[in-house]
Ligand binder design. Structure first.
Ligand SMILES: N[C@@H](CCC(=O)N[C@@H](CS)C(=O)NCC(=O)O)C(=O)O
Length: 255
């Protein structure tokens, strides 16, 4: 299998991301060969915020990985062999016998942080670690509020969800939730914070969120930059999806 390192969907060359061509594989595609190089393989979808969490962690820790993008509307038949739930993200641990496939963004990220101890993202201190995990879990309601807001619903529940995290950051008195550097909580909530720009585009003058310096700091983080997507592109994907024909390959050069 020919492998090329591509940078066409990335704003920085910080990523350790290896892709065949970035095209989303669909029904009828043949099962990808297990990479011979033993490097991790992430099954992903370019517009999925849960998959984005895993890209952020892999890039922040500079762990090499292959990406295989999946068309989730016309799923390849072989996807169920990799993840019986038919979802992304799913991480194939290529060098292990099997090879095993891990699912659920939070579990995958925790595995990566333990397995690759350089540039730790979770706090070492057990109390702080549990506190971060609680805040990540609590974000489940906030991301639910985002999806409703992005679907034309009320904005207020999303803003008040974000307030909890703003207060927490000022309580910590640091640039990032991880301290002077980004940590796990920064990355686990980022995909929905990146989409504030999308809400701004969608809602025009109804958008009344006071943006915080943390957002600007995050936009300069190399892992964030490596997977950042402009709001206009996200909006275009949603437009094609609302027409019943999602264009997963919007960012593929020859799409
Ligand atoms: N709880 C999962 C959610 C993953 C998820 O919902 N992924 C969506 C794409 S953003 C998916 O694969 N949807 C396909 C489907 O549900 O059939 C996680 O955190 O990984």
């Amino acid at each position: 299998m020919g492998i090329t390192v591509i940078t066409c969907i990335s704003r920085s060359n910080q990523s350790t991301h290896i892709m065949s061509n970035g095209r989303h594989l669909a029904k009828g595609s043949s099962t990808p060969d297990v990479p011979e190089d033993g490097i991790l393989r992430l099954y992903s979808m370019r517009f999925c915020p849960f998959a984005q969490r895993v890209h952020l962690v892999l890039d922040a820790k500079q762990i090499p990985y292959h990406s295989t993008y999946i068309n989730l509307t016309e799923k390849p038949e072989w996807l169920l062999d990799k993840n019986p739930q038919g979802k992304v993200p799913a991480l194939e641990i290529v060098r292990e016998p099997g090879p095993p496939v891990l699912t659920e963004s939070l579990l995958i990220c925790e595995y990566l942080d333990e397995q690759y101890p350089l540039r730790p993202l979770y706090p070492r201190d057990p109390l702080k670690k549990v506190q971060d995990k609680l805040l990540i879990e609590r974000f489940g309601a906030v991301l639910g509020a985002f999806f409703k807001a992005s679907d034309g619903g009320e904005l207020e529940p999303f803003w008040s969800g974000l307030d909890i995290y703003e207060r927490e950051l000022s309580r910590r008195g640091t640039d990032f939730f991880g301290g002077e550097q980004t940590g796990i909580l920064d990355y686990m909530i980022w995909p929905w914070c990146e989409r504030l720009e999308l809400l701004k585009l969608q809602r025009g003058k109804d958008y009344n969120y006071d943006e915080t310096p943390w957002l600007e700091r995050m936009k300069r983080d190399p892992a964030v930059m490596a997977f950042y997507m402009e709001a206009e592109v996200q909006a275009e994907f949603l437009r094609t999806r609302s027409l019943g024909q999602p264009n997963y390959n919007l960012l593929v050069k020859d799409a």
